[in-house]
Design a protein around this ligand. Structure first.
Ligand code: F6P
Length: 320
């Protein structure tokens, strides 16, 4: 019973430890593991190869994904999905582990409807924006990269009595910015999920600056599209020299943290056990209330991910 693994969409730290566990566990269970290289594009173009132990030696600490990834427009068309299916069939593969985000799961949901290719999705995105799971692979590493960057930018801001505006990734979701603002002791947090009030924020900050505050840290989520506005406001209204740092893709790389390596291992083991023992599977393995569980792809795609109110409340005073 061969099983293949694919990475699709934005990569994240933790994918390589997941790939290593996949190969090691497959051999333990006497299953032939396959790599689908280059994401859905590679699936269409038949970049499918058997995996051996040597492929995954020395990769556990590497960021990114050794089998690479892609965002595919072609996969939306039935004729390319059919081609992808033929490629799997020619290798006798009818089970796939998918590391990706909700867009990738949606693509595999359609693939399952078309050709009954069993799959288990593993939520893998630094955005942490997948409904039904509390955690997505790569988030802890991204948060630690942001934490380190804010610590560093704070040093130079304090030396100059400046404000720094740090923009984090997350697409439409403010999770990375929110957690980073709370854990970095930021003065300002602007995310799509929280209403902000510049008048009241401004009054607080001016008072603090008068009382000796030496710097201001503002964390802004890319999804809020407010980075430039916050820089201008700090300069013009708060009258503090301001610099912006857009962290960008550095948040997607880096050596996976211990937590992400453990999560990768457990996500993959759960996904493999499900695929080995079951059939007619179109599921996503989720981590909810500190437990691993499986939910249907319909359930994952049925609702939009919302950040918990209790977490949002912790940053309300950084937006008002
Ligand atoms: O979904 C992951 C993510 O890094 C988002 O945070 C970001 O908006 C987007 O991907 C960037 O995409 P790309 O790598 O295609 O520029």
């Amino acid at each position: 019973m061969p099983i293949a693994i694919i990475c699709s969409g934005g990569d994240c730290a933790g994918m390589n430890p997941a790939i290593k566990k996949f190969v090691d566990y497959a051999y333990e269970k006497k299953i032939q593991p396959y790599f689908i290289y280059d994401g859905l594009e590679g699936l269409i173009d038949n970049s499918i190869e058997p995996a051996i132990y040597e492929d995954v030696s020395g990769i556990i600490h590497d960021g990114g994904t050794m089998i690479r990834s892609s965002r595919s427009k072609r996969f939306f068309k039935h004729k390319y999905r059919k081609q992808a299916y033929e490629n799997l069939k020619n290798n006798d593969i009818d089970k796939v582990i998918v590391l990706g985000g909700d867009g990738s799961f949606r693509a595999f949901e359609q693939f399952y409807k078309d050709f009954k290719i069993d799959f288990v999705g593993i939520p893998s995105t630094i955005d942490n924006d997948i409904f039904g799971t509390d955690y997505c692979l790569g988030v802890d590493t991204a948060l630690n990269i942001i934490r380190k960057s804010i610590d560093e930018v704070r040093d130079t801001s304090a030396s100059f009595k400046r404000a720094c505006v740090v923009e984090t990734m997350g697409r439409d979701c403010g999770y990375l910015a929110l957690v980073s603002a709370i854990t970095s002791g930021a003065e300002i947090c602007i995310i799509p999920e929280l209403e902000y009030d510049l008048d009241s924020l401004g009054k607080k900050l001016k008072k603090q600056l008068k009382n000796g505050r030496r710097y201001i840290v503002a964390v802004v989520a890319e999804g809020s599209k407010r980075t430039k506005m916050v820089v201008k406001w700090l300069e013009n209204e708060i009258k503090i020299e301001t610099r912006a740092t857009i962290l960008g893709h550095i948040q997607r790389g880096g050596n996976p943290t211990v937590f992400d390596r453990m999560m990768a291992t457990e996500f993959v083991k759960n996904a493999m056990d499900k695929l080995i023992t079951g059939q007619d599977i179109d599921l996503v393995v989720v981590y909810k209330n500190s437990k691993f569980d499986f939910v249907s792809i319909d359930y994952i795609n049925s609702q939009k991910y919302m950040i918990k109110d209790s977490l949002l409340e912790m940053a309300e005073n950084l937006a008002k």
